[in-house]
Design a binder for this molecule. Structure first.
Ligand code: BGP
Length: 475
């Protein structure tokens, strides 16, 4: 395969709540992500249907220990460095910095923890790519303001941003404002701490909360640039192009409309204004989401520098969806694509779809792109010697990297980097399971909480190392 441009940022990605554990250590406050249990009620809590604002007896909360990255970060980052990572994407837990979200002063212990993580990356020449919010909202903000239902969250968020932008100035140059910002439409409690009262129009609330996040994202972009003009700020979309089920015009139109529902967020963040189709939708539904003239100015003047996204699969839509069976990959319902294979968790596998998505995003926005999540969640079974031979993961990644290289070298897409999801095994966001693994590094921990937390290299570890060393040529 062709090589990628010099300086291409190869690496891996994690999120605080899925790997750190130590949920109450170092002065950390509780957050929505600590209140989402594993098991059958997980979905209802993530969707804001079952209210769980305190940890309840009888439930297991996977974020509380996760893989204990909090106490293992040096060992873990050393392993990333051994693979040759040029970049490590991680998130800061908001409630480690501001335990309640609205505290007067930040929590020094939390600031020091991330400083140590960042310094460790820098020691190995690894660029930190920091997600400011990866789904987390301090519990106290949910109780006091109803989380992102309220405009007051913008000030809390900006205070947090100001603190971390100043503290990590010149050490961190790449920032993402909100992980998978469109996830708020699918799992509002997981993604934004939102709960619903009876009689509320849930969709209207989701769009209002989205609006506050979009304004907060634009103001954070402004602030990051003021504090250090060398900061690069990106948005982050759960992406995956919709295909029409057939060439029937109704299917094509439906697929286009389904894409708009997701691109809406990035249209605002990258172009600086609500697109007409969104304004029409809000008008048609009679939603008042509180957009002010001042908001419009903020959005227009502070667009993002680059567009990042997660990609796990393409999606399929039809004007008559009831005729077909559905599958759901990364929360986005889709008609089953008969041309594709499916993972053990029902996510369809489509490397060509990555090339299509890269082209679609680049054509639409003409801004640099960054793939910040991609990977295969699978059951890994260590052999008698404890080795995991994850050839299935290698083939998944190989095909996706090939498609990415074609998008860059044949189609001319400007792409800054590629960080695979869950470069070390961690808790699944969707299911709360440990057995859904994505890593190059195996972590000895099971769903019942047992295990030594010992880390070991899978076959994909050495494979990815050679991919990075050859800058994508040897796959
Ligand atoms: C995205 C999230 C990640 C991650 C990934 C894989 O939605 O940004 O946090 O977990 O999907 O999903 P899952 O963990 O459900 O397999």
């Amino acid at each position: 395969m062709g090589r990628l441009p010099e300086g291409f940022l190869w690496g891996g990605a994690t999120a605080a709540n899925q790997c750190e554990g130590a949920y109450l250590e170092g002065g950390r406050g509780l957050a929505n992500v600590d209140l989402i249990p594993a098991g059958t009620d997980r979905q209802k809590v993530m969707d804001g249907i079952k209210v769980m604002l305190e940890c309840e007896p009888g439930y297991v909360y996977p974020s509380h220990e996760a893989i204990d990255f909090y106490h293992h970060y040096k060992e873990d980052i050393a392993l990333f460095a051994e693979m040759g990572f040029k970049c490590y994407r991680f998130s800061i837990a908001w409630s480690r910095i501001y335990p309640n979200g609205f505290d007067e002063e930040p929590n020094e212990d939390g600031l020091q923890f991330y400083e140590a993580v960042i310094d460790e990356c820098r020691k190995y020449g690894m660029e930190p790519l920091v997600t400011i919010v990866h789904f987390d909202v301090p519990q106290a903000c949910i109780k006091r303001f109803g989380a992102w239902k309220s405009r007051e969250m913008i000030d809390c968020y900006l205070k947090y941003c100001r603190t971390i932008f100043n503290r990590y100035k010149r050490k961190v140059r790449y920032w993402l404002t909100f992980n998978e910002i469109n996830m708020i439409l699918k799992h509002p409690f997981l993604a934004a701490g939102i709960l619903f009262e009876s009689g509320e129009d849930q969709e209207e609330i989701k769009y209002r909360a989205s609006h506050y996040e979009l304004v907060a994202s634009a103001l954070a972009t402004k602030l990051a640039h003021e504090i250090d003009p060398e900061n690069h700020v990106g948005c982050m979309l759960a992406a995956g192009q919709y295909y029409p089920y057939s060439c029937a015009p109704g299917d094509v139109l439906t697929a286009m409309k389904k894409d708009d529902e997701n691109y809406f967020f990035i249209d605002v963040q990258a172009r600086g204004a609500y697109p007409n189709y969104a304004m029409k939708m809000l008008e048609r539904k009679g939603y008042n989401i509180g957009i002010t003239e001042e908001d419009k100015k903020i959005l227009a003047e502070n667009t993002v520098d680059f567009i990042s996204f997660s990609y796990y699969s393409s999606r399929v839509a039809s004007a008559e969806p009831e005729k077909y069976s559905v599958t759901s990959g990364n929360a986005f319902e889709s008609i089953c694509n008969p041309w594709l294979e499916t993972s053990e968790w029902g996510w369809q596998i489509d490397p060509v779809g990555l090339r299509i998505t890269l082209n679609a995003l680049y054509e639409r926005y003409q801004k640099p792109l960054f793939i910040v999540e991609n990977g295969l969640g699978a059951v890994d079974t260590p052999d008698d010697n404890g080795n995991v031979d994850d050839t299935y993961r290698i083939s998944y990644l190989r095909e996706h990297i090939k498609a990415m290289e074609l998008a860059v070298n044949e189609d001319g897409v400007e792409l800054w980097g590629y960080t695979t999801w869950g470069c070390i095994d961690l808790v699944s966001a969707g299911t709360g399971e440990m057995r859904k693994r994505y890593g190059f590094i195996y972590v000895d921990k099971t769903d019942d909480g047992s295990g030594t937390l010992k880390r070991s290299r899978k076959s994909s570890f050495n494979w990815y190392k050679q991919v990075i060393a050859s800058n994508g040529e040897v796959l």
